[in-house]
Write a protein that binds this ligand. Structure first.
Ligand code: ADP
Ligand code: MG
Length: 236
């Protein structure tokens, strides 16, 4: 079976910024793994997730997701590929503030026919959205509430339901626990892992918090996969 993720010789610099360069010799993530990628703030964790999901395109090397080389796709092809195969949990959640909870959870299905078909097969898109919201501990009547009126903990659960709907193969989470206090972190991780296990998804989480390590099947330090890390800010 092909791996979920295969990176080879990847080089990346943000446009016009020479102070930071990401360089990854090799990273292979088999399907079904729960991987925690650890690194301090500014080390390139979010940049690496942008490369994995095709939000950013590596300037050298290859990024292969579920057997598909991202550099072989056009920009819109990468957008479709991302919507279909990735559930993404952003650090700041990125909900549409004026949309309802249901609008937000259902949004990825507009761009992902296979995810839509899976949600349909599970009993319909609306009922699947409600099932996830309830599994994540949200009240049954929250669906018509506007996202901007939610608490931080509720926003995070809605963003999680949006990442999980239609069972994408890979769930990517960018420091999803950083806005929560310790008790809520544990609750949230239990809920997330329960859902990830149920769909046998691959989970890739990045964080600076190594206390999370015990929840994962594999822990990788970003510094161990970077081949050269040129950070001029360190030299000043
Ligand atoms: P981390 O997620 O580990 O905190 P980031 O990947 O966000 O690290 O940042 C690594 C470097 O890339 C930093 O120097 C940051 O300023 C830069 N960077 C991150 N995102 C962007 C962006 N969208 N445009 C330009 N530079 C960016
Ligand atoms: Mg980050």
């Amino acid at each position: 079976m092909t791996d979920a993720v295969r990176l080879r010789g990847v080089e990346y610099k943000w446009n016009g910024r020479d102070a930071f360069a990401l360089s990854v010799g090799a990273l292979q993530i088999p399907r079904g793994e729960r991987l925690l990628l650890l690194g301090p703030s500014g080390s390139g964790k979010s940049t690496l997730l942008s490369l994995l999901t095709g939000i950013a395109l590596a300037q050298a090397g290859s990024v292969e997701i579920m057997g598909q080389q991202l550099e072989g796709l056009s920009g819109s092809g990468r957008d479709r590929f991302r919507a279909e195969h990735f559930g993404i949990l952003f650090q700041m959640f990125n909900l549409l503030p004026y949309g309802t909870v249901m609008d937000n959870v259902l949004l990825p299905l507009s761009f992902a026919p296979q995810r839509r078909a899976r949600a349909m097969a599970a009993g319909g898109t609306d009922s699947e959205a409600r099932r996830l919201l309830s599994a994540l501990g949200l009240p049954a009547d929250i669906g018509q509430q506007t996202a901007a009126t939610l608490s931080v903990g509720q926003q995070q659960r809605v963003a999680t339901a949006r990442a999980l709907i239609g069972s994408p193969e890979i769930i990517v989470a960018d420091e999803p626990t950083s806005a929560l206090d310790d008790d809520r972190q544990q609750d949230f991780l239990d809920l997330l892992f329960g859902q990830v296990d149920a769909t046998k998804a691959t989970l890739i989480m990045v964080s600076h918090d190594r206390r999370l390590a015990r929840h994962f099947t594999r822990v990788v330090e970003l510094s161990d996969i970077l081949t050269t890390s040129k950070r001029q800010s360190d030299k000043i």
